[in-house]
Design a binder for this molecule. Structure first.
Ligand SMILES: C[S@@+](CC[C@H](N)C(=O)[O-])C[C@H]1O[C@@H](n2cnc3c(N)ncnc32)[C@H](O)[C@@H]1O
Length: 247
């Protein structure tokens, strides 16, 4: 089946880039701090970043002492920015789908992926390949949209609101129906893949990973003071982060 490459769509790319360039975006407030809190000591370590996008994390891994970083992505446009803005002699960027990581040479101490797996249909197949790409005792750390978010298909309003338009609760439907979801974000027809929380955990366990920590980020008081709308995250977390170890 053809893999989606939505980040090469001009309209989507420009919309996504505008959001990422904004200081108070959800990545900067929640996902990136949580992801980096899970990192092991990277001094002298090798890192494979799946769906590396603009390569911002790859540079940070080098700054934290990684001796070799490979960033792969399916999008030429994302990699163009990565090569222009985040190049470094220790980093190699490759145009490659996550599903084909066996084509990357060598093994790694850390395989990491930030907000790309909800675009991947065959999570089990990819997790098996990640296990093979890791050195003994290596870490596999990833973030993805929270399963409560990927359940949503855009068919009905995401929130139930009171008469003043204030959000009261999230409309959750079809959580236990896994698989493809289509939604709209800058463009129509964006495909994502919904998996239950138990499926994600069991896929890791059945493929030889020990789960060390999970995070579903919520706002601190300081963040709430500056961005009161982020109170939404107490109703439904947007992200799920997992740190695991090759057994
Ligand atoms: C939301 S962006 C995140 C980029 C980067 N990891 C970050 O956090 O800044 C998702 C990235 O995953 C890439 N991606 C999506 N599906 C992919 C696939 N099947 N193989 C490789 N990359 C993929 C997209 O092109 C995009 O660059």
């Amino acid at each position: 089946m053809a893999k989606q490459n939505i980040f090469d769509n001009e309209t989507f790319f420009e919309g996504y880039k505008t959001i990422r360039d904004k200081e108070g975006n959800a990545n900067n407030l929640f996902e990136i701090p949580a992801l980096f809190s899970l990192l092991p000591d990277l001094k002298g370590k090798s890192v494979l970043d799946l769906g590396c996008g603009f390569g911002e994390h790859c540079v940070e891994f080098v700054n934290k002492g990684a001796s070799k970083v490979v960033g792969i992505d399916i999008s030429e446009k994302m990699l163009e920015v990565a090569k222009k803005e985040n190049s470094n002699p220790a980093i190699t960027y490759m145009l490659l789908p996550i599903e084909d990581i066996e084509k990357v040479e060598g093994k790694f101490d850390l395989v990491i992926s930030s907000l790309a797996f909800h675009y991947v249909e065959d999570f089990d197949g990819v997790v098996k390949k990640i296990y093979d790409k890791l050195n003994e005792g290596g870490r596999f750390i990833f973030s993805q949209e929270n399963p409560i978010n990927t359940t949503y298909s855009g068919e009905r309003p995401r929130w139930t609101r009171d008469e003043n338009g204030k959000k009261i609760y999230v409309n959750l439907a079809n959580y236990a129906r896994e698989g493809e979801r289509e939604s709209e974000w800058f463009v129509e027809g964006i495909k994502k893949y919904h998996r239950m929380f138990s499926t994600i955990v069991n896929t890791l366990a059945e493929n030889g990973f020990i789960i060390e920590k999970m995070i579903e980020p919520i706002p601190t008081d300081e963040i709430l003071e500056k961005f009161p709308d982020q109170d939404d995250l107490f109703h439904k977390p947007d992200f799920l982060l997992v740190k695991s170890k090759k057994n």
